[in-house]
Design a protein around this ligand. Structure first.
Ligand code: GDP
Ligand code: MG
Length: 451
């Protein structure tokens, strides 16, 4: 605990300053009225002032401290990467200059000790807490029929009376719209979706507008923006007084663990929330190690769930406001495994508000993304965290997918740098990445500046 004095014109002013400077955790432990100025030290005509003594918990006593923690975390990660490379490239024991990076061997020993005391799982005693999950809209298969103008839908004009003879059977598209259609198809969007977007676009463009490619692109970007839904608040929809629990689900390698670490840093170090990290990926020591490393670096509770009963005990003791749960990556071809994730919901109770967020890599093919989105529909999810934008060539198919299955984008992961390479999802950015693909290059994240 640190202590500071704050002076102000009245108590209200002092409290305001305290909250602004030191956040919600700071509190007053003493207050007094003092004077300031006055003639020749006599106190005559002195103005009345208030002074408070403030206690600030170490964790968030200043912006500087948060920034320092972030810097330390970055340093630590760099150090870890260096030591891992050294360990692989030479037989020599890696030199570790930061004490907090404990040798893996030591951690493995601790983990195996913990494994020995694993209790057996009483699967029959599970109660269903699925109703706690937010209702998810049923999955709809992508629309296949072209909407708007299509050759099949155009009336047979040649059978009309002679007055219409001059009208071409298919309305001629402006070359700029054709060019944009090509662009969208190259983005991985399906023919029917491109048709839908461009038909809509045509209704919004005058012939003068359509003659300028720049205007066509601008309008297309704004129409596409309207098709994108976003929600970047992890607490979104959480009823008052409930704790938010988020399971990050998705295929192996999608970026679940690193994204969790980034979001944990944002919500804990930057926003001052009480965050805990859990993993249900209890079979792979490396997976436990990876998340534990981040949890240790940020000084937050970490728990590797061995079974539901143990997890329930840990959850009951946990005083955090936000629990981020890492999960094992399951192949979208193995529905049974995906459904097994639901077992872990039993560990949470009435005061918890559960959500799944699907972590999806922006580098996968449209077909793969669709299969993954469908497979994880079995456990329900409302939001998508899109990763690897820095490596993605195109994002069009991801936008189409989310629009078609009515899902929101939550965050965009834009690189490997924990905790910085993540952004709140932005309609404008996503739409512009599709229309102007050069935007994808050099995209950078730095959530801590922006919120
Ligand atoms: N280029 C790039 N790599 C990423 C991104 N997110 C994660 N990765 C990398 O992808 C690999 C797998 O990430 P990880 O979080 O372990 O995936 P998980 O298996 O889903 O937990 C790691 O090497 C990460 O550094 C990203 O946004 N861009
Ligand atoms: Mg992982």
């Amino acid at each position: 605990m640190d202590f500071v004095k704050i002076r102000g014109k009245d108590l209200q002013d002092c409290i305001m300053q305290m909250k602004m400077k030191y956040g919600p955790e700071a509190h007053i432990y003493d207050q007094r009225v003092t004077t300031e100025g006055g003639l020749f030290g006599t106190g005559l005509l002195a103005s009345k002032m208030y002074e408070i003594d403030v206690g600030i918990p170490e964790k968030q006593n200043s912006k500087d401290r948060i920034e320092k923690k972030l810097k330390d975390l970055k340093e630590l990660i760099k150090q870890k990467q260096k030591t891992e490379v050294t360990a692989v490239s030479s037989e020599k024991k890696p030199v570790r200059t930061i004490e907090t990076v404990r040798p893996f061997s030591e951690r493995r020993k601790r983990i195996s000790e913990r494994k020995e005391v694993t209790a057996t799982l009483d699967r029959d005693s599970f109660e269903s807490y699925e109703s706690e999950l937010q209702p998810y809209e049923p999955y709809e298969t992508p629309r296949e029929e072209p909407i708007g103008i299509s050759l099949g839908n155009v009336p047979e004009i040649h059978e009309k009376p002679p007055i219409f003879k001059e009208i071409p059977s298919v309305p001629k598209r402006s070359p700029n719209i054709d060019k944009l259609m090509g662009r969208l198809k190259q983005e991985g969007m399906s023919d029917s979706y491109v048709e839908e977007i461009t038909s809509l676009l045509e209704t919004h463009l005058s012939s003068v507008d359509a003659s300028k490619y720049g205007t066509v692109c601008e309008k297309a970007a704004s129409l596409l923006e309207d098709r994108i839904s976003i929600d970047s608040d992890l607490f979104s929809g959480t009823p008052r007084g409930k704790r938010k629990v988020i399971f990050f689900v998705g295929p192996t390698g999608a970026g679940k663990t690193t994204s969790i670490a980034k979001l944990a840093a944002k919500y804990s170090l930057h926003m001052g929330k009480k965050v805990s990290l859990y993993t249900t990926d209890n079979y792979r020591i490396a997976a436990i190690d990876q998340l534990k490393f981040y949890a240790d670096a940020m000084g937050m509770p970490f728990y590797a769930a061995k079974d539901v009963r143990k997890l329930k005990e840990a959850v009951a003791r946990d005083g955090s406001e936000l629990i981020l749960v890492d999960t094992a990556g399951y192949s979208h071809k193995n529905l049974d495994n995906i459904l097994k994730l639901k077992e872990f919901y039993q560990a949470f109770g009435e005061k918890d508000y559960l959500e799944n967020i699907l972590v999806l890599s922006g580098t996968v093919s449209p077909q793969n993304a669709l299969s993954v989105a469908k497979a994880y529909e079995q456990i329900g999810y409302k939001r998508i965290l899109l990763t690897k934008l820095d490596e993605a060539e195109f994002l069009g198919s991801m936008i189409e997918l989310a629009d078609t299955i009515h899902r929101e984008f939550a965050f965009l992961s834009v690189g490997q740098d924990v905790p910085f390479d993540i952004l709140n999802a932005s309609k404008k950015l996503l739409a512009e990445c599709v229309i102007y693909p050069e935007k994808l290059k050099g995209i950078a994240g730095e959530v801590f500046d922006k919120t």
